[in-house]
Design a protein around this ligand. Sequence first.
Ligand code: FES
Ligand code: FES
Length: 154
Amino acid sequence: MIKFTLNGESVSFDGDPQMPLLWFVRDIQNMTGSKFGCGVGMCGACTMHLNGAPIRSCSTPVSVAQGATVTTIEGLASAPAKAVQEAWQKLDVVQCGYCQSGQIMSATALLEGNAKPTDADINMAMQGNICRCATYHRIRAAIHDAADRLAKEV
Ligand code: FES
Ligand code: FES
């Protein structure tokens, strides 16, 4: 039996331990904010946090979550997460939206570990998140905006 914490709630799974974590979250827990894109860890649409670090849940077996804390877009609640979401709205980052859950998860993880990222830091942290609508410039601006918001709160 695999047991872990998902968005603050205890969950368990008695099925195939190799099943992708994304399937468990979307199909069994019915949390559909995390998206399926490539299925092979190359696009970032499925990004979640495992003990605070961004992971590609499409290519992470559910067994890896044993005893861990998993957070999805539905469970984001930290101050950096709030700042990111406000900045995303202010700068109207989203186009089609499909990649954006993953973008926000990666951006939040970046700001949780680095309150004042440079463009190079942002490029490094976000390079695995593909946006077919090419919202990259707005994403970068929004991350800087979120960092500025957080600095004002301190
Ligand atoms: S769907 Fe997971 S990285 Fe593309
Ligand atoms: S907003 Fe359309 S893929 Fe990123």
